[in-house]
Structures are given as structure tokens and as C-alpha cells.
Write a protein that binds this ligand. Structure first.
Ligand code: SF4
Ligand code: SF4
Length: 431
């Protein structure tokens, strides 16, 4: 498909029925289609199996919404989340759908700034603005939202968001001692009880075992894709890989895993034939830091337009979401909830203290991905990642790893300055 022929499809009647601001949303839909066409479809040598993910973007405000509405008609919930600490296995076990609502675009931020402070993370403002402006169909169809206490901006925003959509909050411990796990397990149990209450159902060990397998399979497919990206020349662009990691948060999980695995087969053939999307000499960059929610493609686009290729995302929209699996060898519900909690406690978000395992994980992924430099990315006003950046930088200095730290938001204002810094960083890698 040519970059000019691409469009995100419009479903105005359905949006009307969801009480959206249709004229305004339709403009955002058109802009997304134009940006996607320019940034994505203009890439040379894209794998054929990316066609499915292009279609997912084309239907992002239509086909997938219809599927979710069909599930709701059966009495099952659609649950909105903002963090990879919320155990989606429990929602899937109840027959419901879990959808990531993190905001990655600038458009809704003025809506949020009418009430929220300006100097908080753009992800929080973007997400809140989507609901306040009624310009996100996913936000309009969720039965409820489950937030968490990972960072201050989020946990206080939930109190305000609750005025617009029922919002529950999971307390996430800040440390990883034994008593923290006890607290976290109780929170997981409360989450299960809430989902059961809304679904008017009881989740059995069988249901949960099935859901654990489904989500493990999704994570395994993403792990496979990540492993493949270590090849040189890189068989897939970082932009395409990031897109897949973003789609993981709203696609149907079984179908998504099948499509990622089909793509992996194609990429394995490419590797066998020595084919890639960039020359073998192209600098290989790993990105580490805060999540890049859809459609935040700014840094990937700048890096790859400058002739490099991104080979890994150490991020929640990246490896932090799928590096750990849940043990599938438990059969009673209590043991399942225990191993589920164990798995989630391994997530190394900077909201924990201390969080030295993340530094080790960054270095491991750097080596595993055959990267040649690390770009640390932090959203503006994200204090925990911005401060933890000190330790990542020191570790890179010690290991002699070329390193660049970027703090940015969703506006295009810093693009010129970022471009200059990224080009200097790539020159450093090239030596
Ligand atoms: S960075 Fe931390 S708070 Fe944000 S989604 Fe990841 S785990 Fe949750
Ligand atoms: S990026 Fe940082 S500040 Fe923003 S929501 Fe995540 S943890 Fe909070």
C-alpha cells in the first residue's frame, strides 16, 4: 500500500453511539493516518507480514472497537489499564478484555491542562485528556479503569479521573521485601474479586490456567521477535517492532501471538538469506526508559531517519512487558495467584527502590541485542526514570558503552535539537 493511500477508517455512527466528540475525533483520525503513511509505509523492504499490523492501525478506531463491543454484549467487561503491573491474565480468565489506555499523543494535552497541572508527565495528561475531551473510543467503552500507585502523577490523577469513569486503584509496593509481596498478593486478590463482581462470575483454576497460557504465549511471541532483532543486518526496523509492542496492548491476544509468530518465520528466512532493512554497517541502538505509548514514534523515527536502526526497547512498551512469564505448572487458584504475583514482582520499574536489577537488565539486553549504543529516553517530569538515569549512565560509562540521555515530551518543538544530538551520538558510535 502506498503511503498516500493509507487511511485510518472512520466509523462516525459507532463513535456517536459512544458519546464521542465526533467532528474533533475525526480530525485526529485523519492526522494519524497521514503520519502513519509518512512514517511507516515509506520504509523500504518492510516484511510482508507487517500488513496485519498496518490493518490493525487502519481499524484501530473501528474493527477492534466492534470486537470489544461484541464481548461487552455477552456481559463481559472491558477493563482499561495504564501499567504493566495490572495482571491482565485475571481479566482474560473472566472472559473480558484488558486494554492499555496510556496516551502517546499531544492532541488531548490541552484538555488535561484545563484541570491538571501542566508540569506533570505527558503520558498522564494525554490519557486524561482523551477521556475529558471524549476523543478516544477505547476510553468510551471501558466498563472501568484500574489504575495503580506507581507514580505520584498517576495516583493523584485517578481521583480526578474517577469523576469521568469508574476508577479503582491497585496499591503497588515500592520495595520488594517479603512484606511487600504479601501486600501485592492481597491487591491481586482484590483485583480478581472486582473483576468477578463486574462479570458476575467466579474465576476457576481452569479459567486462570487458560488465561496464563494465552498471555504467556503472547509474551513468548514478543520474546521471539526480540531475539530475532539481534541479527545483523537487522531484519525489521525498530519503528515496526515498536508498533507491534504498542499493538500488544489492545489486540486480541491469541490472534496477536499468531501474527507475531508468522512475522517471525518471515524474519528468520530473511536472516538465513542475509537480508535486512538496514545495511550491516548501520549503527545499532538500544532504547531504554519510559514507555512510548501509541502513537509516540518520535525518537524511533529520528534515529532511523538518521541511518541507524533500533534493535531493542527496554521499556514497558518493550521487554519489561514480556521478559518474564508465569509458571504454568500450578493447578489450584491460590498457587496460581502466588506465581502470578511472583512474576509481576520481577518487573523492574523505576518506581521501586532500590531497583538495581534494572541496571543489570539494561546491560544484559544491550549485549543480547548486539547493540552499539544506549539511548535513554525519559518523559518530561517522570522523576523516577529521570533520576534512575544516573545509574544507567554510570553503568554505561563503566562499560564503555556509547550513551545518550534524552528527556522529551510529545510536542514537535524539540525535534530539531533532538536530531542534532542524535546525529552526534550516531557519529560517536560510528567512531
Ligand atoms: S513505567 Fe512503571 S508505572 Fe509506567 S507502565 Fe511501566 S511499570 Fe507501570
Ligand atoms: S512515565 Fe513516569 S511519570 Fe509518566 S506515568 Fe510513567 S512512571 Fe509516571
Amino acid at each position: 500500500m502506498s503511503s498516500t493511500a493509507f487511511e485510518v477508517k472512520a466509523y462516525p455512527e459507532m463513535w456517536e453511539s459512544l458519546n464521542m466528540d465526533v467532528p474533533r475525533f475525526d480530525k485526529a483520525r485523519q492526522m494519524l493516518g497521514e503520519v502513519y503513511g509518512k512514517m511507516y509505509l515509506s520504509q523500504p523492504d518492510r516484511p510482508q507480514n507487517m500488513a496485519y499490523f498496518d490493518e490493525m492501525i487502519s481499524e484501530i478506531f473501528g474493527g477492534r472497537i466492534k470486537e470489544m463491543l461484541d464481548v461487552k454484549k455477552t456481559g463481559k467487561p472491558v477493563v482499561g489499564t495504564f501499567c504493566v503491573y495490572i495482571p491482565e491474565e485475571i481479566v482474560v480468565a473472566a472472559g473480558g478484555i484488558c486494554v492499555g489506555l496510556c496516551g502517546g499523543s499531544q492532541g488531548p494535552i490541552p484538555d488535561a491542562e484545563k484541570i491538571l497541572p501542566r508540569n506533570i508527565c505527558p503520558m498522564v495528561k494525554s490519557a486524561y485528556g482523551f477521556k475529558a475531551g471524549r476523543i478516544c473510543p477505547y476510553f468510551q467503552i471501558v466498563d472501568f479503569v484500574y489504575g495503580e500507585t506507581t507514580c505520584d502523577a498517576k495516583k493523584k490523577t485517578w481521583e480526578i479521573l474517577d469523576r469521568l469513569v469508574p476508577t479503582y486503584v491497585m496499591e503497588i509496593p515500592q520495595m520488594k521485601n517479603k512484606r511487600d509481596k504479601t501486600l501485592w498478593l492481597e491487591e491481586v486478590k482484590d483485583f480478581k474479586a472486582k473483576v468477578e463482581e463486574v462479570c458476575k462470575t467466579s474465576i476457576s483454576a481452569n479459567d486462570l490456567a487458560g488465561a496464563i497460557k494465552v498471555i504467556n504465549d503472547k509474551r513468548r511471541a514478543l520474546q521471539r521477535l526480540t531475539g530475532i532483532r539481534s541479527a545483523n543486518p537487522a531484519p525489521i526496523s525498530g519503528k515496526d517492532a515498536l508498533l507491534i509492542e504498542q499493538i500488544a496492548f489492545y489486540d486480541e491476544p491469541v490472534r496477536f501471538a499468531q501474527k507475531v509468530n508468522a512475522l517471525c518465520v518471515e524474519l528468520e528466512h530473511r536472516i538465513a538469506n542475509g537480508e535486512g532493512v538496514a545495511p550491516a554497517a548501520a549503527p545499532r541502538v538500544m532504547v531504554s526508559g519510559t514507555p512510548m505509548a501509541l502513537p509516540n514514534w518520535k525518537v524511533h523515527n529520528l534515529v532511523e531517519t538518521a541511518g541507524a536502526v533500533i534493535v531493542n526497547e527496554e521499556s514497558c512498551i518493550g521487554t519489561r512487558y514480556f521478559k518474564d512469564l508465569i509458571d504454568e505448572n500450578t493447578s489450584d487458584i491460590d498457587s496460581q495467584l502466588e506465581v502470578l504475583t511472583d512474576r509481576y514482582m520481577q518487573i523492574d520499574c523505576s518506581c521501586f527502590t532500590p531497583n538495581n536489577e534494572r541496571v543489570d537488565q539494561v546491560l544484559k539486553e544491550y549485549k543480547d541485542s548486539n547493540a552499539q549504543g544506549i539511548l535513554h529516553y525519559s518523559l518530561q517530569f517522570c522523576h523516577t526514570y529521570n533520576i534512575e538515569e544516573i545509574k544507567i549512565r554510570e553503568a554505561c560509562e563503566k562499560e564503555g558503552i556509547p550513551y545518550l540521555s534524552i528527556e522529551s515530551d510529545y510536542s514537535p518543538e524539540d525535534v530539531g535539537q533532538l536530531q542534532t544530538r542524535i546525529e552526534a551520538f550516531l557519529e560517536q558510535i560510528r567512531g
